[in-house]
Design a binder for this molecule. Sequence first.
Ligand code: NAD
Length: 496
Amino acid sequence: MSTKTYQNLIGGEWVAPRSGKTFRNVNPADHRDVVGEFPASQAEDVALAVAAARKAFATWRLVPAPKRAEILYRTGQLLAERKEQYAQQMTREMGKVLAETRGDVQEAIDEAYYVAGEGRRLFGQTTPSELANKFAMSVRMPVGVIGMIAPWNFPMAIPSWKLFPALVAGNTCVIKPAEDTPLSTYNLVQTLMDAGLPPGVVNIVSGFGPEAGAPLVEHPDVRAISFTGSSAVGAMVAQRAAATFKPVSLEMGGKNAMIVMEDANLELALEGALWGAFGTTGQRCTATSRILLHRSIAAEFTEKLVARAAALKVGNGLHPGVEVGPQVNEQQIATSAEYVAIALAEGAKLLTGGKALTEGDYAHGTFFAPTIFGAVRPEMRIAREEVFGPVVALLEFDTLEEAFAIANSIEYGLSTSLYSRDVNRAFAAIRDLEAGITYINAPTIGAEVHLPFGGVKKTGNGHREGLGALDFYTTWKSVYVDFSDRLQRAQIDNAE
Ligand code: NAD
């Protein structure tokens, strides 16, 4: 079968990149399976896409918000019809098991319905004026052309978190999908167009970060950048965007702690740990990558967790019964292997896994065995740095305060979790854990679209997706209407 070649979407037209260069998108479970050829775009392609978005902004911003929202609602309906097809294609391009890629498409459906409701809200404020016969209010205005840069681990959900609120607010967009997962962004944007989105309102330039992402960040007509990815790249994006004073929303890495107290339902905690650490092959920003165990239950918990992790079925995410798919590419395998070596050198104890799987059914993919390290101390790199693979570190503690101190001792602050039956401990965790998200009696993963999503410290720069995204995609305008029919000076200009 010949490989399909995809093009950029610019002004409603599918166009080849100016350079003619493309790159291959391959199935991480079997590299012989080529998903497609995609444009390796460069600055000139980005410039064309930004010009198209700028042109479309002139009319899109004037479409009533409830009408814009109806397109999003229809998009949600179409995504629901296409869920299985898009989930299959997503598993093929990035590896996670089918149940999870169905969930990824579902997240986009949920986001569509949630944001569609905002079309009839987009609330501003009315407030009294300090002068008589004068009316004061604030209204939300669109920002303009938004540049969006996405990661590969939630290839439809994350673009939907960015595109839908930006669109309902009247912005136009240029999105650069991750190089490992462009197809899912194409599927999402094709659905928007099938739902009635006018040409040029969303444009796609696929390609690599330095060639296609950086020019988007630097382009003077792009008014804001929404970035999700690693903290290292996020820092570069923020620095480059500063030159043109662009607001930047950064959603970045995590090293998420689950704390298990001695009064926890241990069976529930075990189930949560397994899912939190090895769901999406550990490649979630919210993955449970540190498990802090109360010393009195640590031995029993560790033994059971190791047995269950070793029994997980690793394989092609399209095959029934598979629980853990491949890592997305060779680079991610190399990172997991590198951290195994670092942890061993630091004195951590390898309890299961620890190596790439390369034999038999695994020979043509990028698979890594679910890996657990015991005897981890808080100062070790394996306890502090993001691996972004199926690698989890177990630490022990004696008191709740000590657990909080360990959990908070790192640079990241995305998600945290506490397993305990004690309501006082639960509320202390909600108050004292330094993170954007805290779960009680659930693992560190499982966010819902209508709550704020994001983190503190090295994880984010204060913005939120979900509830709060509209604050990034709109700018406030204050409006004063004077109906006194005379010049009224403001109070500051009237002072005696
Ligand atoms: P990454 O930082 O390598 O890449 C993210 C995106 O940035 C890609 O589209 C890439 O092409 C682009 N990029 C790379 N260099 C660039 C440059 N110089 N200029 C502009 N763009 C550039 O991250 P990744 O490997 O795709 O994703 C994994 C990371 O994303 C992890 O750290 C994970 O924690 C994080 N993540 C965070 C969230 C969140 O919401 N907090 C969600 C998912 C993933």
